[in-house]
Structure formats: C-alpha cells, structure tokens
Design a protein around this ligand. Structure first.
Ligand SMILES: NC(=O)c1ccc[n+]([C@@H]2O[C@H](COP(=O)([O-])OP(=O)(O)OC[C@H]3O[C@@H](n4cnc5c(N)ncnc54)[C@H](OP(=O)(O)O)[C@@H]3O)[C@@H](O)[C@H]2O)c1
Length: 267
C-alpha cells in the first residue's frame, strides 16, 4: 500500500537518500528541511522519482515547529510514517540559545511535532526516531536550559538518549494498534555532512543508514516492536543505554520536555 511518509531533515545525508528510496518504492514522501534553497533543489532532484511535497521549518525554534505541525494538520488527513531524522551535532550558535540546540533540535522539537500530529498517526501509524549509538545520561538541568556547559559530544549523546527515552515513554502510554514508536541508530560514522564536520572523516556508505530507515518505515507487522531500539551497527533490536530501561527516568525526561514546551520555569 502506498504510504504517506514525512521525513524531517531530508535535505541532506541519510534523510535525502531514504527519501529517494521511498519514492522509488512508490510511496508519497513529504520532505522537510530548514533551508528554502536546499528544499527547492531536493524537490527538483526527487520529483522525478515520484510524489513528493516539501515543508520548511527551523526545528531550533519551537514556534516554527508549532507552525509546521499546524500546516501538516491542515494539509494532510493522515500520515502513515513520521521519521524524525533531522539532527545536529556540531554547531556554532548553541551558546546563544537558552537551551542547548542539540536538545532543542534532536529531542524537544521531534517530541513536540510528534505530539501535535499524533491524530494523523493513529490507526496504525508509525514514528521512527533517528537516534545514535552515542548515548549519555541526560542532565535534566541541561535539558531544561539551566545549564549550558555541555561539550558538543555530550550534548549530542544526551539529546539522543532523551529521544529514545521519550519514544519509550510514548510507546508505554499509546496503544501500539494506534501508533508504533521505534528508535534507531542508523549506523555509526556514515558519510554525511554531520560526520564530516564533527570528525573530519568521509565515513561509511550513507545507504547503510537510508536502507534501515526505509526498512523500518515500510515493514509490515510492527506492533510487537513498539518502544524498541534498533541498532544498525549490530543489526538487531537491542537494549539502549540503561537509563532508557527505567520508566521513572523516561517519565522525568518527558516531564522536563513538557516543562520546556509549556514555557514553564525549571526551578
Ligand atoms: N551520519 C551518521 O553516522 C549518523 C550516526 C548516528 C545517527 N545519525 C543521525 O542521523 C540523522 C541524519 O543525520 P545525517 O548524518 O544525515 O546528517 P546531515 O547530513 O547533517 O543531515 C541532517 C539533516 O537535518 C537537518 N537539520 C539540521 N538542523 C536542523 C534544524 N535546526 N531544523 C531543521 N532541520 C535541521 C539538516 O538540514 P540542512 O540540510 O539544511 O543542514 C539535514 O537535512 C541525525 O539525526 C543524526 O543524528 C547519523
């Protein structure tokens, strides 16, 4: 069946390659990006493969995420799969934000987007959260914006674990017949802009990551895997960082994210 698949951060790297593959399998793909020119170029490149729409939003700005969600709710009657793929590791402007940009883009924005468009994802929809093998215990004060002294890698690894944790939390509170939640490490050190900037290396074939996203997005029978974490380095569903196995920890992370979203105080 032709699915409507929304993929964030589809203007480069893994997201762009996965979009191309999904279009070639005849799915309707909605690509998201933050840069109008890049989006336009991607639409030009991808439209020869099938039906593709685009949406623009800077996920480091939660109001922009809210507008994005409104646009989606207005223009689509269902989304079969949401792939929260957009992510950032190295940045030049994180210190200017109240909350580290890694938490905003990698953790909070996808949570907010997912919550807002959940009505479109019911009845068998799927949310795929693109995490990482890099995971570190979440400093709740940092997530709330009370502390901004994390280095790039710490902030990234914490933001990715926080994403896995909200994914787990949602899978425990939402019937998997309605919506399935999965987290995935697409593969480590794949050849994308992120890896080149952060590590100065070319990296491994980006198709390793694109293929696993495509597989998780369209494979049948996923209900019994809701809440799980797939590691594409070891090619199996496996345990993420132990913090994500503790429901209380997951709920604390979600509480902090909800506080940020509601504009509440972190004291
Ligand atoms: N590459 C790896 O080895 C690896 C390993 C583990 C996990 N991952 C994860 O895989 C996902 C894709 O990363 P990638 O390696 O393909 O990196 P990438 O080539 O840098 O692509 C990242 C995508 O996210 C978008 N993005 C970044 N900041 C954004 C913002 N503020 N608002 C909206 N969109 C934003 C980028 O937009 P622009 O095109 O405008 O920059 C781009 O489309 C990320 O979540 C990353 O953490 C990657």
């Amino acid at each position: 069946m032709k699915k409507i698949i929304l993929i964030t951060g589809a203007t480069d790297g893994i997201g762009l390659e996965a979009s191309k593959k999904l279009l070639m399998k005849d799915h309707h793909v909605v690509i998201h990006g933050k840069d109008a020119k890049k989006l336009q170029n991607c639409i030009f490149l991808l439209s020869k493969f099938g039906t593709v729409d685009s949406l623009i939003s800077d996920l480091s700005d939660l109001n922009s995420v809210r507008s994005l969600a409104s646009k989606i709710l207005k223009n689509y009657s269902r989304i079969d799969v949401l792939i929260n793929n957009a992510g950032v590791l190295k940045t030049t402007h994180s210190e200017k934000k109240r909350i580290d940009i890694r938490f905003v883009v990698n953790t909070i924005a996808p949570y907010l987007l997912t919550k807002k468009i959940l009505p479109l994802l019911g009845n068998g929809g799927r949310v795929i959260n693109v995490a990482s093998a890099g995971q570190a215990s979440v400093d709740i004060d940092a997530l709330l914006g009370a502390f901004t002294g994390l280095d790039d890698m710490q902030a990234y690894c914490q933001s990715k674990l926080a994403m896995i944790m909200w994914s787990k939390f949602m899978s425990n509170s939402i019937d998997s017949k309605e919506t399935v939640f999965l987290s995935v490490n697409p593969g480590s050190l794949l050849a994308t802009k992120m890896v080149k900037i952060a590590f100065g290396i070319k990296g491994k074939d980006v198709n390793i990551g694109a293929n696993v996203l495509v597989h998780l997005a369209i494979q049948e029978k996923s209900q019994n895997i809701s809440g799980k974490y797939y590691c594409n380095d070891s090619k199996q569903f496996t345990s993420p960082h132990q913090d994500a196995l503790n429901p209380k920890n997951c709920s604390n992370v979600v509480k902090a994210i909800d506080t940020v979203i509601s504009g509440g105080n972190y004291t």
